[in-house]
Design a binder for this molecule. Structure first.
Ligand SMILES: C[S@@+](CC[C@H](N)C(=O)[O-])C[C@H]1O[C@@H](n2cnc3c(N)ncnc32)[C@H](O)[C@@H]1O
Length: 306
């Protein structure tokens, strides 16, 4: 724990779960959607069991643009860790990770990360991070900032904790800017249903999203697999909606269906908009992965005197 970045304010409460200490910090009402955070807490209590191999496989997709070898001495911060799957992925590559989340997801995270000695867990929001500015070598936030009212401000708040020269990795839902009209049409239909489903009580929402996973996701994934088998030398199958889930477990499919249809606040951004937000947050040398999940990108924090 000697590698840990010191907290900049005292914790308001500490508790020990699964042998891990969870420190709680005040979560203000600035730039946070509390209904969405509560919804995530309940979602992650349902999906708290991740397969190690799948964490490794999907983690490699998110971190494909990061030189993991170069992070060996790094002190990292996972903003919006959820159940801590990507903290778990990264823990073996870095010196220390602080994983923060404002929701009850921190409890399953304690379970998943109980054996990781170089991980510290905190309940906190991105606008009230309990660390001094310029503290971390690597900050990442995967699938989080689009669930926050002002994504651009949240990105600036996360980047403020990064030292100049440090790297910031982000994954934000894309606005289908690289997809055709059919794909966009299907997506707009799904948004219509999402607006109704996300308002349902949690139990009903969960059942409805499972029905969607089995009756919509799985058939599309099956169709994608069929196209892939029939045209092995082409990327035609990628035109089939939800083909991203080919080879992913049912757990991930059900979890993502609940994520997609059950979350009250979801925003989407084009590559250009993400690049602009990253630049405004003080990042340079921005690089996007050309691979799924779209879009994930990395940038380096400019030094103050630039
Ligand atoms: C889709 S989950 C992603 C979790 C994790 N990064 C992953 O990919 O497994 C989004 C997470 O963002 C968290 N979140 C929502 N609002 C937040 C905020 N203002 N600050 C930090 N995290 C927030 C939620 O509690 C939730 O765990």
């Amino acid at each position: 724990m000697s590698q840990a970045v010191p907290y900049s304010i005292p914790a308001s409460k500490e508790e020990e779960i699964e042998g891990k200490v969870i420190s709680h910090f005040p979560i203000g009402d600035r730039n946070i959607d509390t209904v969405t955070v509560e919804s995530f807490g309940e979602e992650w209590e349902k999906f708290d069991d991740f397969d190690q191999q799948e964490i490794h496989q999907v983690g490699n997709e998110y971190f494909d643009i990061i030189d993991l070898e170069a992070l060996r001495e790094a002190r990292a911060l996972d903003v919006g860790c959820g159940t801590g799957r990507w903290t778990k992925f990264l823990a073996k590559h870095v010196a220390h990770i602080d994983a923060i989340d404002p929701s009850k997801a921190i409890y399953p995270a304690a379970k998943l990360l109980r054996e990781e000695q170089n991980v510290r867990l905190s309940v906190a929001g991105v606008s009230d991070l309990p660390f001094a500015n310029d503290s971390f070598d690597f900050v990442f936030s995967l699938g989080v900032l689009h669930h926050i009212p002002d994504t651009s401000q949240a990105m600036k708040d996360a980047v403020s904790k990064l030292r100049p020269g440090g790297q910031f990795l982000v994954y934000l839902y894309y606005s289908l800017d690289n997809k055709g009209a059919f794909y966009k049409f299907i997506f707009h239909c799904s948004t219509f249903f999402r607006r109704m489903i996300c308002k349902m009580p949690q139990g009903l929402k969960s059942v409805v999203c499972d029905i969607i996973a089995f009756t919509i996701y799985l058939p599309f994934i099956g169709l994608g697999k069929l196209v892939k088998a029939l045209t092995p030398n082409s990327k035609l199958y990628q035109k089939v909606p939800l083909s991203y889930y080919i080879g992913k477990s049912l757990n991930i499919v059900r979890n993502d269906a609940l994520d997609r249809f059950g979350t009250p606040l979801e925003q989407r951004f084009s590559r250009k908009e993400i690049e602009q937000m990253m630049t405004e947050a003080g990042l340079e040398q921005i690089r996007f992965s050309e691979n799924t999940p779209y879009w994930h990108a990395v940038g380096i924090k400019k030094s103050q005197n630039q």
